[in-house]
Design a protein around this ligand. Structure first.
Ligand SMILES: *Cc1c(COP(=O)(O)O)cnc(C)c1O
Length: 227
C-alpha cells in the first residue's frame, strides 16, 4: 500500500469514528518545496488536491503538471500579496488565504475583468472557491483575520459576491490545537459556512475529530521538504 492510500485510509477511519465528523474529509497535499519528481507518483496514485504557499514557486511547477494531470485542484495556502492576485487567480482553483478587505477588493476586481467574464464557465465571481484564513491565536506576525472581525469580513466578501465556502486556520506553533479548531468550527457554524480547512502533519487526527473537511499535509505525506 502506498503512502497516499494508507494515509487516506487512516483519515477515513478517524472521520468515521469522529463525533463531529464532516461529510467528507479531503486530503490536500501541501507540496511547497517538493519538486515535481516527488509529486508525480502521488499524482499517478490519484491524489487530486494540492496546496502551494508561494505563487512564484507554483508558477514554475504546476503548469506542466496540470497539463499532464488536468483534474488536479490547486489551492493557494500561503499569504497572497495584492500585486500577485492576477497570477494567483490564473493558476489556483481555490484561494484559502483570503484575510483582508484590500485583498478581497483586488480579487473581486480581477474576477470581474474581461478575462473571466468573457469565458463561459467563469461568467461570475462565484466560480472561484475561497476560504477565509482566521488568525485564531491573534498572533501579531501571522496572516489571517482576527476571530472578532471574522463575521463582518465574511459579509464584506459576500457583498463582493466572492464564493466563500469555508474557513482555514494554522494554530500557533506551540499551542494545543484543539481550542483553535473548535473556535474555527464555531465561527463557521455561526456564519453558515460549511468547509473547514484545518489540520497538518502534526495535528490532523485532532482536526478530523473536530470536523475538518480539508487536512493540509506536507511532511507526513511527501517526506521532508528539500528547502
Ligand atoms: C506547510 C504547510 C502545511 C503542511 O505542513 P506539514 O507540517 O508539513 O504537514 C499546511 N498548511 C500550511 C498553511 C502550510 O504552510
Amino acid at each position: 500500500m502506498t503512502r497516499f492510500h494508507s494515509l487516506s485510509a487512516s483519515i477515513e477511519k478517524i472521520r468515521g469514528e469522529a463525533p463531529l465528523r464532516a461529510d467528507k474529509t479531503r486530503l490536500l497535499g501541501a507540496s511547497k518545496d517538493q519538486p515535481p519528481e516527488i509529486l508525480i507518483p502521488f499524482l499517478e496514485d490519484g491524489l487530486k488536491d494540492f496546496g502551494e504557499n508561494r505563487v512564484q514557486e507554483a508558477e514554475k511547477k504546476w503548469p506542466a503538471l496540470k497539463k499532464r494531470f488536468p483534474d488536479v485542484t490547486l489551492h493557494l495556502i500561503g499569504p497572497l500579496q495584492t500585486n500577485k492576485v492576477k497570477e494567483a487567480l490564473a493558476l489556483f482553483d481555490v484561494i484559502q488565504t483570503l484575510d483582508r478587505p484590500k485583498l478581497a477588493d483586488a480579487i473581486a476586481k480581477e474576477l470581474r475583468s474581461e478575462r473571466y467574464v468573457s469565458t463561459a464557465q467563469q461568467a461570475n465571481t462565484g466560480s472561484k472557491k475561497m476560504f477565509i484564513q482566521v488568525n485564531t491565536g491573534n498572533e501579531p506576525q501571522k496572516a489571517g483575520i482576527s476571530p472578532a472581525e471574522t463575521g463582518s469580513f465574511i459579509r464584506y466578501c459576500q457583498a463582493l459576491r466572492l464564493n466563500v465556502v469555508g474557513l482555514m486556520c494554522v494554530p500557533p506553533a506551540n499551542a494545543m490545537p484543539a481550542p483553535h479548531f473548535a473556535l474555527l468550527r464555531k465561527l463557521a457554524l455561526e456564519n453558515g459556512l460549511k468547509e473547514l480547512s484545518m489540520g497538518m502533519s502534526g495535528d490532523y487526527e485532532t482536526a478530523i475529530r473536530m470536523g475538518s473537511s480539508y487536512v493540509r499535509i506536507g511532511t507526513a505525506l511527501f517526506g521532508k521538504r528539500l528547502a
